[in-house]
Write a protein that binds this ligand. Structure first.
Ligand code: ATP
Length: 335
Protein backbone atom coordinates (compact mmCIF):
# COMPACT_ATOMS: atom_id res chain seq x y z
CA UNK A 1 0.00 0.00 0.00
CA UNK A 2 1.02 3.60 -0.65
CA UNK A 3 0.85 6.20 2.06
CA UNK A 4 -0.80 9.44 0.97
CA UNK A 5 -0.72 12.57 3.12
CA UNK A 6 -2.84 15.72 2.94
CA UNK A 7 -2.93 18.71 5.29
CA UNK A 8 -4.90 21.92 5.51
CA UNK A 9 -3.61 24.91 7.47
CA UNK A 10 -5.93 25.99 10.27
CA UNK A 11 -5.65 29.63 9.32
CA UNK A 12 -9.29 30.41 8.64
CA UNK A 13 -12.62 29.12 7.45
CA UNK A 14 -12.37 26.42 4.75
CA UNK A 15 -13.44 27.61 1.32
CA UNK A 16 -14.48 26.30 -2.07
CA UNK A 17 -10.82 26.20 -3.20
CA UNK A 18 -9.87 23.91 -0.30
CA UNK A 19 -12.80 21.68 -1.17
CA UNK A 20 -12.12 21.42 -4.90
CA UNK A 21 -8.34 21.38 -4.59
CA UNK A 22 -7.87 19.19 -1.54
CA UNK A 23 -10.88 17.75 0.28
CA UNK A 24 -12.91 16.36 -2.62
CA UNK A 25 -10.00 14.65 -4.44
CA UNK A 26 -8.43 13.37 -1.21
CA UNK A 27 -11.64 11.72 -0.09
CA UNK A 28 -12.16 10.16 -3.51
CA UNK A 29 -8.57 8.86 -3.45
CA UNK A 30 -8.96 7.40 0.05
CA UNK A 31 -11.63 5.03 -1.26
CA UNK A 32 -9.01 3.15 -3.30
CA UNK A 33 -8.08 -0.09 -1.57
CA UNK A 34 -4.32 0.12 -1.98
CA UNK A 35 -3.73 3.40 -0.16
CA UNK A 36 -3.28 4.31 3.48
CA UNK A 37 -4.41 7.91 3.93
CA UNK A 38 -3.19 10.52 6.40
CA UNK A 39 -5.18 13.73 6.89
CA UNK A 40 -4.05 16.38 9.27
CA UNK A 41 -4.94 19.82 10.52
CA UNK A 42 -1.80 21.89 10.12
CA UNK A 43 -2.12 24.06 13.22
CA UNK A 44 1.62 24.54 13.74
CA UNK A 45 1.76 25.96 10.22
CA UNK A 46 -1.11 28.29 10.98
CA UNK A 47 1.06 30.13 13.52
CA UNK A 48 3.18 31.40 10.64
CA UNK A 49 0.27 33.33 9.21
CA UNK A 50 -2.38 33.82 11.84
CA UNK A 51 -1.15 34.76 15.29
CA UNK A 52 -4.68 34.84 16.52
CA UNK A 53 -5.48 32.05 19.00
CA UNK A 54 -9.25 32.34 18.57
CA UNK A 55 -8.97 32.07 14.81
CA UNK A 56 -6.68 29.04 14.99
CA UNK A 57 -9.00 27.24 17.41
CA UNK A 58 -12.13 28.00 15.43
CA UNK A 59 -10.46 27.05 12.19
CA UNK A 60 -9.27 23.74 13.64
CA UNK A 61 -12.82 22.82 14.53
CA UNK A 62 -14.21 24.01 11.20
CA UNK A 63 -11.67 22.15 9.11
CA UNK A 64 -12.08 18.96 11.13
CA UNK A 65 -15.86 19.15 10.71
CA UNK A 66 -15.37 19.78 6.99
CA UNK A 67 -13.38 16.59 6.47
CA UNK A 68 -15.93 14.59 8.43
CA UNK A 69 -18.92 16.17 6.68
CA UNK A 70 -17.39 15.45 3.28
CA UNK A 71 -17.16 11.75 4.03
CA UNK A 72 -13.87 11.09 5.77
CA UNK A 73 -14.19 7.98 7.93
CA UNK A 74 -11.89 8.35 10.95
CA UNK A 75 -11.94 4.59 11.51
CA UNK A 76 -10.52 3.89 8.08
CA UNK A 77 -7.95 6.67 7.67
CA UNK A 78 -5.49 8.50 9.92
CA UNK A 79 -7.06 11.77 11.00
CA UNK A 80 -5.18 14.01 13.41
CA UNK A 81 -4.03 17.43 14.48
CA UNK A 82 -0.38 18.22 13.80
CA UNK A 83 0.32 19.72 17.26
CA UNK A 84 -1.02 16.59 19.00
CA UNK A 85 2.11 14.81 17.77
CA UNK A 86 5.11 16.49 19.40
CA UNK A 87 7.43 14.05 17.62
CA UNK A 88 6.81 16.07 14.43
CA UNK A 89 8.46 19.04 16.04
CA UNK A 90 11.35 16.97 17.27
CA UNK A 91 11.97 15.64 13.79
CA UNK A 92 11.65 19.23 12.61
CA UNK A 93 14.81 20.02 14.60
CA UNK A 94 16.76 17.04 13.24
CA UNK A 95 15.88 18.15 9.72
CA UNK A 96 16.69 21.78 10.53
CA UNK A 97 20.22 20.64 11.26
CA UNK A 98 20.37 18.86 7.88
CA UNK A 99 18.67 21.45 5.69
CA UNK A 100 20.91 23.72 3.66
CA UNK A 101 20.20 27.38 4.34
CA UNK A 102 20.90 28.13 0.68
CA UNK A 103 18.05 25.84 -0.35
CA UNK A 104 15.66 27.55 2.05
CA UNK A 105 16.69 30.92 0.61
CA UNK A 106 15.14 29.77 -2.65
CA UNK A 107 11.78 28.65 -1.22
CA UNK A 108 8.90 30.38 -3.05
CA UNK A 109 7.05 31.67 0.00
CA UNK A 110 10.18 33.24 1.45
CA UNK A 111 11.39 34.61 -1.89
CA UNK A 112 8.01 36.17 -2.62
CA UNK A 113 8.13 37.98 0.73
CA UNK A 114 11.68 39.20 0.07
CA UNK A 115 10.79 40.34 -3.45
CA UNK A 116 7.82 42.27 -2.11
CA UNK A 117 9.99 44.02 0.47
CA UNK A 118 12.62 44.85 -2.12
CA UNK A 119 10.03 46.23 -4.54
CA UNK A 120 8.70 48.43 -1.76
CA UNK A 121 12.18 49.71 -0.95
CA UNK A 122 12.23 47.99 2.45
CA UNK A 123 14.99 45.94 4.03
CA UNK A 124 14.88 42.50 2.32
CA UNK A 125 13.90 40.59 5.48
CA UNK A 126 11.64 43.23 7.02
CA UNK A 127 8.74 41.62 8.86
CA UNK A 128 9.69 38.09 7.79
CA UNK A 129 9.78 35.61 10.65
CA UNK A 130 12.16 32.69 10.91
CA UNK A 131 8.96 30.60 10.94
CA UNK A 132 8.14 31.57 7.37
CA UNK A 133 11.72 30.91 6.35
CA UNK A 134 11.75 27.47 7.99
CA UNK A 135 8.31 26.44 6.80
CA UNK A 136 9.58 23.89 4.22
CA UNK A 137 11.44 22.04 6.98
CA UNK A 138 8.34 21.64 9.12
CA UNK A 139 6.47 20.49 6.05
CA UNK A 140 9.19 17.90 5.41
CA UNK A 141 8.80 16.69 9.00
CA UNK A 142 5.02 16.30 8.49
CA UNK A 143 5.66 14.03 5.54
CA UNK A 144 8.74 12.13 6.68
CA UNK A 145 7.52 11.24 10.16
CA UNK A 146 5.04 8.83 8.59
CA UNK A 147 7.17 7.99 5.58
CA UNK A 148 4.38 9.13 3.30
CA UNK A 149 5.17 8.35 -0.32
CA UNK A 150 2.66 10.53 -2.13
CA UNK A 151 1.67 14.06 -1.34
CA UNK A 152 -1.14 15.50 -3.49
CA UNK A 153 -0.34 19.18 -3.91
CA UNK A 154 -0.91 22.17 -6.12
CA UNK A 155 1.86 23.19 -8.47
CA UNK A 156 3.05 25.90 -6.09
CA UNK A 157 3.94 23.24 -3.51
CA UNK A 158 6.04 20.99 -5.75
CA UNK A 159 9.21 22.78 -4.76
CA UNK A 160 8.55 22.06 -1.08
CA UNK A 161 8.20 18.35 -1.78
CA UNK A 162 11.50 18.43 -3.63
CA UNK A 163 13.05 20.01 -0.56
CA UNK A 164 11.59 17.26 1.62
CA UNK A 165 13.25 14.72 -0.68
CA UNK A 166 16.51 16.57 -0.42
CA UNK A 167 16.43 16.66 3.39
CA UNK A 168 15.42 12.99 3.54
CA UNK A 169 18.25 12.01 1.24
CA UNK A 170 20.80 13.98 3.21
CA UNK A 171 19.63 12.53 6.49
CA UNK A 172 19.76 8.99 5.11
CA UNK A 173 23.23 9.68 3.77
CA UNK A 174 24.64 11.32 6.90
CA UNK A 175 23.25 8.70 9.28
CA UNK A 176 23.99 5.80 6.97
CA UNK A 177 20.64 4.10 6.47
CA UNK A 178 17.36 4.47 4.56
CA UNK A 179 15.38 5.91 7.46
CA UNK A 180 13.16 7.89 5.15
CA UNK A 181 11.25 7.03 2.02
CA UNK A 182 11.65 9.79 -0.59
CA UNK A 183 8.24 11.45 -1.03
CA UNK A 184 6.73 12.43 -4.35
CA UNK A 185 4.41 15.24 -5.32
CA UNK A 186 1.18 14.00 -6.83
CA UNK A 187 -0.28 16.58 -9.16
CA UNK A 188 -3.77 15.93 -10.39
CA UNK A 189 -4.15 17.70 -13.72
CA UNK A 190 -7.93 17.59 -13.29
CA UNK A 191 -7.79 19.65 -10.13
CA UNK A 192 -8.13 23.35 -10.78
CA UNK A 193 -6.85 26.24 -8.72
CA UNK A 194 -9.96 28.25 -7.97
CA UNK A 195 -9.93 32.02 -8.22
CA UNK A 196 -11.35 34.05 -5.36
CA UNK A 197 -13.87 36.90 -5.39
CA UNK A 198 -11.19 39.36 -6.49
CA UNK A 199 -9.78 37.11 -9.25
CA UNK A 200 -6.61 36.18 -7.32
CA UNK A 201 -6.17 32.59 -6.06
CA UNK A 202 -8.85 31.88 -3.49
CA UNK A 203 -6.96 31.80 -0.22
CA UNK A 204 -7.82 31.96 3.48
CA UNK A 205 -5.14 34.55 4.02
CA UNK A 206 -6.39 36.87 1.25
CA UNK A 207 -9.92 37.12 2.68
CA UNK A 208 -11.29 36.68 -0.83
CA UNK A 209 -12.97 33.35 -0.26
CA UNK A 210 -16.38 31.80 -0.57
CA UNK A 211 -16.66 29.74 2.62
CA UNK A 212 -17.48 26.16 1.76
CA UNK A 213 -20.35 26.03 4.21
CA UNK A 214 -21.70 29.54 3.91
CA UNK A 215 -25.45 29.40 4.44
CA UNK A 216 -27.49 29.21 1.25
CA UNK A 217 -28.39 32.90 1.16
CA UNK A 218 -24.85 33.94 2.00
CA UNK A 219 -23.52 31.65 -0.73
CA UNK A 220 -25.85 33.31 -3.20
CA UNK A 221 -24.77 36.77 -2.10
CA UNK A 222 -21.08 35.87 -2.45
CA UNK A 223 -21.51 34.26 -5.86
CA UNK A 224 -23.24 37.43 -7.01
CA UNK A 225 -20.29 39.49 -5.76
CA UNK A 226 -17.75 37.70 -8.02
CA UNK A 227 -15.94 40.22 -10.18
CA UNK A 228 -17.01 40.21 -13.86
CA UNK A 229 -16.29 42.53 -16.78
CA UNK A 230 -18.78 45.12 -17.98
CA UNK A 231 -20.23 43.24 -20.96
CA UNK A 232 -23.98 43.76 -21.16
CA UNK A 233 -26.65 41.05 -21.59
CA UNK A 234 -26.68 39.92 -25.22
CA UNK A 235 -23.00 40.62 -25.70
CA UNK A 236 -20.90 37.45 -26.07
CA UNK A 237 -18.75 36.74 -22.98
CA UNK A 238 -15.32 35.16 -22.94
CA UNK A 239 -14.80 32.12 -20.76
CA UNK A 240 -11.06 32.62 -20.73
CA UNK A 241 -9.88 34.24 -17.52
CA UNK A 242 -13.45 34.30 -16.19
CA UNK A 243 -13.52 33.45 -12.48
CA UNK A 244 -17.21 32.69 -12.82
CA UNK A 245 -16.57 30.15 -15.55
CA UNK A 246 -13.69 28.49 -13.72
CA UNK A 247 -15.82 28.07 -10.62
CA UNK A 248 -18.65 26.58 -12.66
CA UNK A 249 -16.31 24.13 -14.33
CA UNK A 250 -15.10 22.87 -10.95
CA UNK A 251 -18.64 21.88 -9.97
CA UNK A 252 -20.10 20.66 -13.24
CA UNK A 253 -19.80 17.72 -15.62
CA UNK A 254 -18.07 18.17 -18.99
CA UNK A 255 -21.46 18.35 -20.70
CA UNK A 256 -22.81 21.03 -18.36
CA UNK A 257 -19.59 23.00 -18.75
CA UNK A 258 -19.86 22.91 -22.54
CA UNK A 259 -23.45 24.15 -22.32
CA UNK A 260 -22.36 26.95 -19.99
CA UNK A 261 -19.59 27.95 -22.43
CA UNK A 262 -22.19 28.06 -25.19
CA UNK A 263 -24.39 30.32 -23.05
CA UNK A 264 -21.40 32.64 -22.64
CA UNK A 265 -20.94 32.77 -26.41
CA UNK A 266 -24.68 33.44 -26.79
CA UNK A 267 -24.46 36.45 -24.49
CA UNK A 268 -26.01 35.20 -21.23
CA UNK A 269 -26.36 38.06 -18.72
CA UNK A 270 -23.96 38.02 -15.79
CA UNK A 271 -26.93 37.83 -13.44
CA UNK A 272 -28.23 34.65 -15.10
CA UNK A 273 -24.75 33.14 -15.23
CA UNK A 274 -24.30 33.82 -11.52
CA UNK A 275 -27.66 32.28 -10.70
CA UNK A 276 -26.69 29.11 -12.60
CA UNK A 277 -23.35 28.96 -10.84
CA UNK A 278 -25.01 29.41 -7.46
CA UNK A 279 -27.48 26.60 -8.13
CA UNK A 280 -24.74 24.28 -9.34
CA UNK A 281 -22.59 24.80 -6.25
CA UNK A 282 -25.53 24.62 -3.87
CA UNK A 283 -26.72 21.34 -5.39
CA UNK A 284 -23.41 19.70 -4.51
CA UNK A 285 -22.83 21.38 -1.17
CA UNK A 286 -26.31 21.38 0.43
CA UNK A 287 -26.24 17.79 1.77
CA UNK A 288 -22.70 18.27 3.07
CA UNK A 289 -23.68 21.55 4.70
CA UNK A 290 -26.40 19.81 6.64
CA UNK A 291 -23.92 17.26 8.02
CA UNK A 292 -21.41 20.02 8.75
CA UNK A 293 -23.91 21.95 10.83
CA UNK A 294 -24.81 18.85 12.81
CA UNK A 295 -21.14 18.14 13.49
CA UNK A 296 -20.39 21.71 14.53
CA UNK A 297 -23.16 21.46 17.13
CA UNK A 298 -21.03 18.95 19.05
CA UNK A 299 -17.42 20.22 19.26
CA UNK A 300 -16.55 17.77 22.04
CA UNK A 301 -17.19 14.83 19.72
CA UNK A 302 -14.89 16.31 17.08
CA UNK A 303 -12.23 16.91 19.70
CA UNK A 304 -12.48 13.30 20.89
CA UNK A 305 -12.09 12.01 17.33
CA UNK A 306 -8.97 14.09 16.78
CA UNK A 307 -7.38 13.05 20.06
CA UNK A 308 -8.02 9.40 19.41
CA UNK A 309 -6.41 9.67 15.95
CA UNK A 310 -3.36 11.47 17.33
CA UNK A 311 -2.86 9.02 20.19
CA UNK A 312 -3.05 5.99 17.94
CA UNK A 313 -0.58 7.48 15.51
CA UNK A 314 1.88 8.37 18.25
CA UNK A 315 1.82 4.89 19.70
CA UNK A 316 2.01 3.06 16.40
CA UNK A 317 4.38 5.24 14.41
CA UNK A 318 5.64 8.49 15.82
CA UNK A 319 7.09 7.37 19.16
CA UNK A 320 8.87 4.22 17.96
CA UNK A 321 10.19 6.00 14.86
CA UNK A 322 11.51 8.92 16.89
CA UNK A 323 13.18 6.48 19.30
CA UNK A 324 14.98 5.01 16.31
CA UNK A 325 15.96 8.43 15.01
CA UNK A 326 17.16 9.65 18.42
CA UNK A 327 19.34 6.60 18.63
CA UNK A 328 20.64 7.15 15.08
CA UNK A 329 21.71 10.73 15.75
CA UNK A 330 23.25 9.86 19.12
CA UNK A 331 20.66 11.06 21.63
CA UNK A 332 19.49 9.26 24.75
CA UNK A 333 16.66 6.73 24.51
CA UNK A 334 13.64 8.18 26.30
CA UNK A 335 11.57 5.00 26.47
P1 ATP B 1 -3.56 29.85 3.41
O1 ATP B 1 -3.98 31.18 2.91
O2 ATP B 1 -3.54 29.72 4.90
O3 ATP B 1 -2.32 29.30 2.73
P2 ATP B 1 -5.19 28.38 1.66
O4 ATP B 1 -6.65 28.59 1.72
O5 ATP B 1 -4.44 28.99 0.52
O6 ATP B 1 -4.66 28.86 3.03
P3 ATP B 1 -3.98 25.81 2.46
O7 ATP B 1 -4.55 25.51 3.79
O8 ATP B 1 -2.58 26.27 2.38
O9 ATP B 1 -4.95 26.83 1.66
O10 ATP B 1 -4.14 24.58 1.48
C1 ATP B 1 -4.95 23.45 1.74
C2 ATP B 1 -5.22 22.72 0.47
O11 ATP B 1 -6.17 23.44 -0.30
C3 ATP B 1 -3.99 22.53 -0.43
O12 ATP B 1 -4.03 21.21 -0.97
C4 ATP B 1 -4.19 23.55 -1.52
O13 ATP B 1 -3.61 23.15 -2.75
C5 ATP B 1 -5.70 23.63 -1.62
N1 ATP B 1 -6.12 24.95 -2.09
C6 ATP B 1 -6.01 26.11 -1.43
N2 ATP B 1 -6.49 27.12 -2.13
C7 ATP B 1 -6.94 26.59 -3.30
C8 ATP B 1 -7.57 27.13 -4.48
N3 ATP B 1 -7.82 28.41 -4.59
N4 ATP B 1 -7.88 26.28 -5.47
C9 ATP B 1 -7.62 24.96 -5.38
N5 ATP B 1 -7.05 24.40 -4.31
C10 ATP B 1 -6.70 25.19 -3.27
Amino acid sequence: TTRVLTGITTSGTPHLGNYVGAVRPAIAASRATDVESFYFLADLHSLIKAQDPGRTQRSTLEIAATWLACGLDPDKVWFYRQSDIPEINELNWFLTCIAGKGILNRAHAYKAAVDKNTAEGEDADAGITAGLFMYPVLMAADILIFNAKQVPVGRDQVQHIEMARDFAQRFNHVYGREFFVLPEALIDEQVATLPGLDGRKMSKSYDNTIPLFAKREELRRLVFSILTDSRAPGEPKTTEGSALFQLYQAFASAGETAAFAQAFADGISWGDAKQQLFERIDAEIAPLRERYEALMADPAAIEATLRRGGERLREQFAKPFLAELRHAVGLRDLS
